[in-house]
Design a protein around this ligand. Structure first.
Ligand code: RFL
Ligand code: PHB
Length: 386
């Protein structure tokens, strides 16, 4: 097969990029190692910043988001007994949207179907070749066991943190940065109406807790747990008790309901030394990841898609490599801002048992509650205006 851009991975990065390119008349083929149902049911992000919403609108998949998603003016930050609203709309005139990644994935999938986008699901043995030449290629085995090969001018590595693209870069670890945090999140999906109108980020001596949502009937909740903890140690009752205790404030009650999914997720920050090698470009989690406390992973993937998309359009339409040449530096500027913000939110809100750190966190949070400049800083980073 021959195409203009070969895209590895049909997660949000891969499908957003394929739609962005199609909008500009550029052809791509997507390959994905999982089944479509699995990709569309994978529970992950829920919070979209302004620029991600703008991109989804631009590529024609924003309609259901605006109809079924929830626009929030801000978030709540809390320490025991005190809950404070940080109103982004008032502070900086921007809002965020709550809309599940599962739904974005379905909307993108439908848009790809409508456009006749070629996507191979359930592929195996993906290998990247001749990345330093002008005619790189990708080989794989399709789901019927046939060997396949795609020749393309550009390869977009949209295959997440564990995919083969980053590993195909020689010395990919050189210049890379990584921080593994001594915390994990126990994430819960529950059939219960949210007990809050906006997301709650709560710091408690027992650990962080968070209340998000997916609809007026479904809540998404998180608890800080030890990374070595086992989900089997967490009965539904224990989860609800811990959430209620960590998020308690006078006059407020956490509604409980049927838990439909629960799992423990490790937390790390990672920035790849290289986002480009010859004609291969890394996009989204393939090139960088953050802990979810700042709600940034999917949003910075959207940012990469725009930057790389612009570079690819310039390459094919104007025969210029200028946009591609600056992709890595342009994307990294945002990636490091996002990395810092996610690290800041994570270290401010998660407890590590150290009394000195506890006092610093409380002082920092109390400062945010009182200080408009700090609130504005948080708001600008959270909504992602740059
Ligand atoms: P993905 O979603 O990992 O997709 C990569 C795709 O590549 C496929 N793949 C391969 N395909 C072909 N061949 C191979 N050999 C392959 N190996 C892998 C995979 O199957 C997959 O389909 O990366 P992408 O597209 O860059 O998207 C990134 C986002 O998924 C991620 O950053 C966010 O989910 C992070 N995140 C959040 N981000 C936000 O912006 N806001 C949030 O509120 C938010 N909450 C979260 C999150 C991530 C979480 N978890 C589970 C890590 C909450 C959680 C709990
Ligand atoms: C979510 O809804 O899953 C979510 C929202 C905000 C975060 C992390 C996760 O910071």
């Amino acid at each position: 097969m021959k195409t203009q851009v070969a895209i590895i991975g049909a997660g949000p990065s891969g499908l957003m990029l394929s739609r962005y390119l199609a909008l500009h008349g550029i052809e791509s083929i997507v390959i994905e190692d999982r089944a479509r149902d699995y990709v569309e049911a994978r529970i992950r992000a829920g919070l979209l910043e302004t620029q991600a919403v703008d991109l989804l609108d631009e590529i024609g998949v924003g309609e259901r988001l605006h109809r079924e998603g929830m626009e929030h003016n801000g978030i709540y930050l809390q320490i025991p007994g005190e809950r404070h609203n940080i109103n982004f709309k008032e502070l900086i005139g921007h809002t965020v949207w709550v809309y599940g990644q599962t739904e974005i994935q379905k909307d993108l999938g439908r848009a790809c179907d409508a456009a006749g986008q070629q996507i191979f699901y359930e592929v195996k043995d993906v290998e990247l070749h001749d990345l330093e030449s002008k005619q790189p290629s990708v080989t794989f085995t399709d789901k019927d066991g046939n060997s396949q090969r795609i020749d393309a001018a550009i390869i977009a590595g949209c295959d997440g943190f564990w995919g083969p693209s980053r590993k195909a870069i020689p010395d990919s670890a050189v210049g890379s940065f990584e921080r593994v945090y001594p915390f994990a999140w126990l994430g819960v999906m529950a059939n219960v109406a949210p007990s809050t109108d906006e997301l709650i980020y709560a710091r408690h001596t027992d650990g962080f807790a968070m209340h998000s949502m997916r609809s007026d009937k479904v809540s998404r909740l998180y608890l800080q747990v030890d990374p070595t903890d086992d989900i089997k140690n967490w009965s539904d009752d224990r989860i609800w008790e811990a959430l209620s205790k960590r998020m308690a404030v006078d006059g407020w009650e956490l509604k409980t309901g049927e838990i439909t999914e629960k799992s423990i997720l490790a937390m790390r920050s990672f920035v790849s030394g290289k986002l480009q090698h010859g004609r291969l470009f890394l996009v989204g989690d393939a090139g960088h990841i953050v802990p979810p406390t700042g709600a940034k992973g999917l949003n910075s993937a959207a940012n990469d898609v725009r930057f790389l998309g612009e570079g690819i359009v310039e390459f094919f339409k104007k025969n210029s490599e200028a946009g591609l040449a600056v992709y890595s530096d342009r994307a990294k500027e945002t990636i490091w801002r996002v990395t810092h913000f996610s690290w800041w939110m994570t270290t401010m809100l998660h407890t590590n048992g150290d009394e000195f750190d506890n006092q610093l966190q409380l002082s920092q949070l109390r400062h945010v509650f009182k200080n408009k400049a700090l609130q504005t800083n948080l708001a600008e980073n959270y909504v992602g205006i740059r």
